[in-house]
Design a binder for this molecule. Sequence first.
Ligand SMILES: NC(=O)c1ccc[n+]([C@@H]2O[C@H](COP(=O)([O-])OP(=O)(O)OC[C@H]3O[C@@H](n4cnc5c(N)ncnc54)[C@H](OP(=O)(O)O)[C@@H]3O)[C@@H](O)[C@H]2O)c1
Length: 330
Amino acid sequence: MNEFRAYMIEARGDNVRSAFTHLGPEQLDAGDVTVRVQYASVNYKDALAASGRGRIIRRFPCVGGIDAAGVVESSANPRFQPGDEVIVHSHGFGVSHHGGYAEWARVPADWVNAVPAGLTPLDAITIGVAGYTAALAIDLMELNGCSPSRGKVAVNGATGGVAGVAIDILAQRGYHVVAATGKPQESQYLLELAAKEVVAASEMESGGRPLESVRWAAALDSLGGKPLESLIRTVGKDGVIASFGNAAGIEFTSTVMPFILRGLRLIGVNSDNEPALRDRIWQRLATDLRPRHLDRIRRVQPLDHLPQVVEDLIARRNRGRTVIALCRGS
Ligand SMILES: NC(=O)c1ccc[n+]([C@@H]2O[C@H](COP(=O)([O-])OP(=O)(O)OC[C@H]3O[C@@H](n4cnc5c(N)ncnc54)[C@H](OP(=O)(O)O)[C@@H]3O)[C@@H](O)[C@H]2O)c1
């Protein structure tokens, strides 16, 4: 392994800056599994981290990138062999441990999953931590009584990465998906993912009463803040809301009325899971929760374009999942 390129996030006093650099193999972090990275992706959290917003990075300097896919070069853990195609995400990856924006990564084995049979590394990174979170949310929602026969499912922040994969999976499972977006110009894209309806984000706002007219049986919330408050007031009897995001804010207020009069189940979703759950969700992503429109959802960019992709995501000029190709020829 020679010197390789990386996109490093550094702190100078209170200022965070990100820049391309070169690392040597001895600068990789400790871990059981060394991966030749083929692809990484750009998530909301990556854009916050690289742009210095939101205090995401917990150890400076840190190579950014909270997910990556590639091929195992060496492994001290018997679960992985050289040549295995793998996906790496969550826990400290790209946050407190060098992440995916480099041609090599070395990580603890518990952060690694084999790319399931039927998916390629490009498919796996298109799904990435975003699609994993979408699948985990749907898994948890169905364990809590959600099913297509109960009614409409609202998905907000619909042009985002988690939301796009969620819409795709829900639609192919027979749900009537209502995609809510601040980008009405992307309606056609959302209908192509098989959303049944597209509504403007402003149409999701509800009145201020503890309970408003029922509009949804369930919802997936990328946004938090006021949009989550509206969902809580408008989801119906025994409805389920999966809360995993904070793109619009971290605070929300509610009364207990939706919980005690409608039996609302507000479910938290966190993607830092132990290996058995990760394996189960990734197997589902390759089988009964497999997204069908990954080619529409993804856009592949070279590593050189990463700063522009980050800027676009912060400015909300994003759509779906942006994959960063790292190895030449990948
Ligand atoms: N809990 C977990 O383990 C976990 C895992 C992955 C992601 N997440 C979180 O899930 C959320 C979505 O992640 P992502 O990677 O899918 O993000 P993303 O690709 O940036 O999508 C977020 C979407 O939210 C909308 N949005 C962005 N900024 C907004 C704002 N200020 N106000 C209202 N809407 C806004 C936009 O959709 P429209 O323009 O279509 O409205 C945007 O496309 C993030 O908060 C992320 O941190 C959590």
